[in-house]
Design a protein around this ligand. Structure first.
Ligand code: ADP
Length: 663
């Protein structure tokens, strides 16, 4: 067994690999970019080395630098995690050449599966069914149009080197084919440095079911059952579970055998995932093979009771598989929800910023939290915006769903937008509860999953007001204690004034709606005037706010940040802006006519010139940020007065991209 390994990754997966290595008595070496000097994975490792500037291309993707660190630190093996260099055959080879063990499959297996077109050809030869389509590289439009017609619309275009749902385009009619191919190729070139594409039949409402396989150097192989990853947004998984609901044992065994056959066809060694797409009739087709550990591997660990990272390390060290197929069985049900820093109301655009408050459920036998960030850490634009994976287990699916609901209710993250409320809505949906899931779930139920905001409740307003008043009292007490005269009436913060009732008003903004809450100080607490009427309010503040609202006792957590407050009550987070009455007019003024960058990123395309007259919705420029393309479109009919950036420019969040004059 190895004495020391290097983890060529960051964030939650680096922390996760370190945890298992430590348990196995293996020392760990972390690497970090300039942006990650204080990161959690750096502190978790036994030692950590700098590898370059924040952009991944200059640090986490620098295989040469990482191998040099491994040598210097005396590591014997390299675990690549997922993403970054994990599916880079050249890196795997370079490790071997440097005398390091790459904890992953052989170079040739990575290469074979790295190309979606080659992978399909290999699988077809091995007798594994693939989605009908066109997998050659000829780009002749006429030929592609013919093929698309033969396959039948809609078709999906994918990057040969693709991953993470990027570079895919669904084409519903022939008219759009040329444009979609162009767009897919542009995105593929910028994302993967390879603009080759394939085209296949776009299946309606399919399920994504994948099989975890594991093979050792002696050619032995097992499957550790399947995961259903049908709940996706933008073709990216967000909720995964094992085993797959509504799948009988016969089908399960067929999936497992086919997957293992696929892995054996390429001489696979180590952990791999064979992804299938399953149509409404239950036919399954090979989609691709991921030659690494998957983000969603914890659900498999929960139902099988095996640590897949330990398996990876053992197999890489030359040991046989820790279990045979007959030893493996499914116990209970596990679900994972990926918590992202993103804004579901803005097409799930990543959200960057500092996490000012973070609270996750306690880990138990049935709850696991894999994360790489802590309160106070920043979510930067450089890397994947996933904050944590919340994973639950229970005896059956219904119990696991309930456990996930309450675990999500306990998650509190303030400072960046998150998808927590959205995930809660997903696992509370009736169709999710009954296991009726497919990859169209999120789009189909969008309105239920992303409801229009309702007006803030009196309860939440009362909690926000109470928190402000209690904090003010605390501050006053501290000031008073600091002066020599703690009992002076001049330290009072209770709106007491000469010749007047002790009444004041708190001003909030709920979205755009201004709300005034009147406060009368009584001896023991307050009398609030709220939109729905009067309420008697009192309470105290510790880690949480303990409130008494008209006699009802409630626990809540209120987090002030900037000019806002986030109230967490019974699993729901509600953000309110606290308005200084003198500043109301400033807030009401909007930044009309200036189109700003929603996040830091790079301008990849400018479609208009200064002075252009455009229609509402016309694309003006394309910004690439956090691994996605964002088209900045004209908000109205009008004139582009000035485009402030050119292709290749890096822009900060809030930069004015275009000066625009609406008609
Ligand atoms: P990536 O490698 O970018 O993750 P995949 O090929 O694994 O891309 O596909 C990701 C997701 O896109 C799938 O889980 C599925 O939801 C959707 N998808 C891919 N191919 C098809 C198809 N032929 N028909 C319908 N949906 C598809």
């Amino acid at each position: 067994m190895f004495g020391k390994i290097l983890i060529a990754n960051r964030g939650e997966i680096a922390c996760r690999v370190i945890r298992t290595a430590r348990r196995m008595g293996i020392r760990t070496v972390a690497v970090y970019s300039d942006a990650d000097a204080e990161a959690m994975h750096v502190q978790a490792a036994d030692e950590a080395y700098p590898i370059g500037p924040a952009p991944a291309g200059e640090s986490y993707l620098r295989g040469d630098v990482i191998i040099e660190v491994a040598r210097k630190a005396g590591a014997e093996a390299v675990h690549p995690g997922y993403g970054f260099l994990s599916e880079n055959a050249d890196f795997a080879e370079a490790c071997t050449n440097a005398g390091l063990v790459f904890i992953g499959p052989p170079r040739d297996a990575i290469r074979a599966m790295g190309s979606k077109s080659e992978a399909k050809a290999i699988m077809e030869r091995a007798g594994v069914p693939t989605v009908p389509g066109y997998h050659q590289h000829n780009l002749d439009l006429k030929l592609l149009a013919n093929e698309a017609r033969r396959t039948g619309f809609p078709v999906i275009i994918k990057a040969v080197a693709g991953g993470g749902g990027r570079g895919m385009r669904i084409v519903r009619r022939e008219l759009d084919l040329a444009d979609m191919i162009k767009a897919a190729r542009r995105e593929a070139a910028s994302a993967f440095g390879d603009d080759r594409i394939i085209m296949e039949k776009y299946l309606r409402q399919p399920r994504h079911i994948e099989v975890q396989v594991f093979l050792d150097n002696a050619g032995e192989g097992v499957y550790l059952f399947e995961r259903d990853c049908s709940i996706q947004r933008r073709h990216q998984k967000i909720v995964e579970e094992a085993p797959a609901p509504r799948l009988d044992d016969e089908k399960r065994a067929a999936f497992g055998d086919t997957a293992l056959q696929a892995a054996k066809a390429i001489g696979y060694v180590g952990a791999g995932t064979v992804e299938f797409i399953v149509d409404a009739a239950g036919n399954f087709y090979f989609m691709e093979m991921n030659t690494r550990l998957q983000v969603e591997h914890p659900v498999t660990e929960f139902i099988t009771g095996h640590d897949l990272v330990e398996w990876q390390i053992r197999v890489a060290a030359g040991e046989p598989l820790p279990a045979r197929q007959d030893d493996l069985s499914i116990n209970g049900h596990a679900i994972e929800a990926r918590i992202y820093a993103e804004d579901p109301d803005r097409q799930f655009t990543p959200s960057v910023g500092r996490i000012v408050h973070m609270r996750m459920p306690a880990e138990t036998d049935g709850v696991r939290v894999d994360t790489g960030v802590r309160e106070g850490d920043a979510v930067s634009p450089y890397y994947d915006p996933m904050i944590a994976k919340l994973v639950v287990w229970d005896v059956d699916r219904a119990a696991a769903v309930r456990r996930m609901r309450s675990a999500l209710d306990e998650c509190q993250i303030v400072g960046v937008r998150t998808n927590i409320a959205f995930l809660s809505a997903v696992v509370r949906h009736g169709n999710f509860a009954s296991g009726e899931i497919d990859t169209g779930f999120v789009d189909r139920f969008r309105e239920e999953l992303l409801p229009e905001p309702t007006p803030v409740s009196d309860r939440v307003l009362a909690l926000a007001g109470l928190d402000i008043l209690l904090r003010r009292e605390d501050a006053r007490r501290r000031t008073a204690e600091a002066t020599g005269d703690p009992y002076s009436p001049w330290h009072a913060a209770n709106a007491w004034r000469l010749n007047g009732a002790a009444i004041e008003t708190l001003h909030f903004l709920d979205g755009e709606t201004a709300i005034a809450v009147s406060v009368r100080h009584t001896g023991s607490g307050y009398e609030f005037g709220l939109p729905g009427g009067a309420m008697t309010v009192s309470g105290r503040r510790g880690d949480d706010l303990v409130a008494d609202l008209d006699g009802v006792k409630l626990g809540a957590n209120v987090v002030p940040h900037g000019d806002a407050l986030t109230v967490h009550l019974q699993g729901v987070a509600r953000r309110l802006t606290v308005v200084d009455p003198l500043a109301v007019e400033d807030l009401a003024e909007s930044a009309d006519g200036r189109m700003t960058a929603p996040m830091p990123g790079k301008v990849t395309q400018v479609s208009v010139e200064d002075g252009a007259v455009v229609k509402r919705g016309a694309p003006l420029l394309v910004l690439e940020a956090m691994k996605m393309e964002h088209t900045i479109a004209a908000p109205a009919d009008g004139k582009v007065e000035k485009v402030n950036f050119g292709v290749g420019d890096w822009v900060e969040e809030g930069s004015v991209l275009v000066a625009f004059a609406a008609d």
